[in-house]
Design a protein around this ligand. Structure first.
Ligand code: VGL
Ligand code: ZN
Length: 218
């Protein structure tokens, strides 16, 4: 019997798994509500993709996106940096700390099929929500060139957080001329989802649900 993924997922498709790290999950320092719930879905999705790339938020201590790096600032304040507005966050995903590790419940198939682990946010003075272009809108991570040279056409996205790193990555994927498909239920959001959904519709990011890929008999 033909499995649904035989029709949906193609060889030049890639699953881009965004920031599924301890600090974005329960008891993490920047816990996304119900963030852990994406893990079992991503584990199942991984079996349907030949190619996976993982991103890892990877900040040096004292990073400019941390409220603790600015006098009289608190987490979730908005400030103006040299490159423009920036939300300040609790310290999170500090390089080589447990909070920066991938979620322990990610299956080995995710790592086995991960052909690249892309770290971002490592420039002390620039945050990077997007896996493609940092928050200064100029510094690139190299991912677009990598994906193009590898011949990928469609980028499916899952992970955390829907309204930040997934959102900016999906929009930049379209800007870099890829087709972007967000697997919505395999993402969770820090805040309300409406603005993100509106932007996706505007720029042509497609959305789908994991069940459209997963065989429900699994
Ligand atoms: C993220 C805020 C700060 C994310 C990363 O992964 O969505 N959000 N750093
Ligand atoms: Zn971060």
């Amino acid at each position: 019997m033909t499995r649904p993924d035989a029709e949906i997922v193609r060889n030049d498709d890639l699953l881009l798994v965004i920031d599924v790290q301890r600090d974005f999950c329960s008891r993490g320092r920047l816990a996304v509500p119900d963030g852990d719930a994406v893990v079992p879905l991503i584990n199942r999705l991984a079996a349907h993709f030949k190619h996976i790339v993982l991103t890892q938020d990877w900040h040096p201590a004292g990073h400019t996106s941390f409220a603790s790096s600015h006098r009289e600032a608190k987490p979730y304040d908005q400030i103006e940096l040299a490159y423009g507005p920036q939300t300040l966050w609790p310290d999170h995903c500090i390089q080589q700390t447990p909070g920066a590790e991938f979620h322990p419940a990610l299956d080995s198939i995710v790592f086995q099929r991960a052909e690249l682990i892309l770290r971002k946010g490592f420039h002390r003075k620039i945050d990077s929500y997007s896996a493609f272009v940092e928050n200064d809108k100029q510094t690139t991570t190299g991912l677009a060139g990598y994906l193009r040279e590898r011949g990928f056409r469609r980028i499916f996205l899952a992970g955390l957080a829907y309204d930040y790193c997934v959102r900016f990555s999906a929009v930049d994927a379209v800007r870099a001329d890829f087709e972007a498909v967000v697997i919505q239920d395999a993402c969770h959001s820090i805040g309300p989802e409406g603005e993100t959904e509106r932007e996706f519709a505007q720029v042509g990011v497609k959305q789908m649900q994991s069940r459209e890929i997963l065989d429900t008999r699994e």
